[in-house]
Design a protein around this ligand. Structure first.
Ligand code: SAH
Length: 248
């Protein structure tokens, strides 16, 4: 299934949000990651100019948001839902971390199911009753000494993980930006470099072939760690060629 269609099957549910600005910021967080379906359970103030302001260019998500008066009504038509919570609960399975939770939602959505991620109130979070209405819990691995993110920031982290999962780790980048990727050097290219390096080290007197010690294996280990790319091998061989020419 197309990644955009998969992301379209994932709804963000915000329960009992008290600051309309957080609703706007959450909409913006969603739209930057390609999600569009927002469900609001009993928001304190919505619609609200502050939500519009903080949504910035994502007010279309606010316009199409579904507003309901209970979590049961919000989740009625979904077949899978995860509660996003900073706290672990006594009951139920241990929480998944954000990446794993995003993967679980993606799997269901890619199979054509409608799924939801549920976020709690800014101060009190999700109640036990709300968490128990979901199929599992997700936690963002924040600093244990200060682990409560702003609501919209938590939405952003989860939506980013969903996007990476939907595009199998390689999401499309804005027009004009292409990550520079040089192919890795092949075995033959690496061996050509090592032979060349050895020749220059011998010719320059740095390496005594009668007493090589462990120099070559050590250099191999160092360059092996670097996982040389083809371009890098070419640069290194260019340096060696220049040194050879300089000697003459
Ligand atoms: N004091 C509340 C936190 C509320 S923050 C509590 O302890 O639950 C508002 C919402 O943001 C939470 O309900 C949750 O959905 C989300 N959130 C914030 N920090 C989080 C974290 N570290 N892991 C998962 N969700 C988090």
């Amino acid at each position: 299934m197309n990644p955009t269609d998969v992301l379209d099957r994932i709804s963000i549910v915000l329960s009992r949000t008290s600051h309309p600005g957080n609703i706007g910021s959450a909409a913006r967080a969603m739209k930057t990651m390609g999600l569009s379906r927002l469900v609001l359970v009993s928001p304190k103030c919505f619609p609200d100019p502050e939500a519009d302001t903080l949504a910035s260019g994502a007010s279309d998500i606010l316009v199409s948001a579904r507003v309901v008066d209970s979590l049961d009504a919000a989740l009625a038509d979904f077949v899978f839902s995860l509660a996003v919570s900073a706290r672990s609960r006594d009951l139920g399975p241990p929480p998944m971390l954000a990446r794993e939770g995003a993967g679980a939602l993606l799997q269901e959505a890619a199979a054509g199911k409608e799924v939801a991620l549920v976020f709690g109130h800014e101060t009190s979070g999700l109640s036990n009753d709300e968490v128990q209405r979901c199929h599992g819990a997700v936690m963002i691995a924040a600093d244990p000494g200060f682990s409560s993110l702003n609501l919209a920031a938590a939405v952003q982290v989860l939506c980013y993980e969903l996007r990476l999962a939907a595009y199998a780790g390689a999401p499309p980048l804005p027009a004009g930006i292409t990550p520079f990727v040089s192919p890795p050097a092949t075995h033959r290219e690496q061996e050509g470099f090592y032979r060349h390096l050895e020749q220059v080290m011998v010719a320059s007197g740095f390496l005594d072939p009668a007493q090589p010690k462990r120099l070559l294996p050590k250099l191999r280990r160092m360059f092996g760690r670097a996982r040389l790319e083809r371009d890098e091998v070419n640069i290194l061989r260019g340096v060696l060629t220049a040194v050879e020419a300089w000697r003459k």
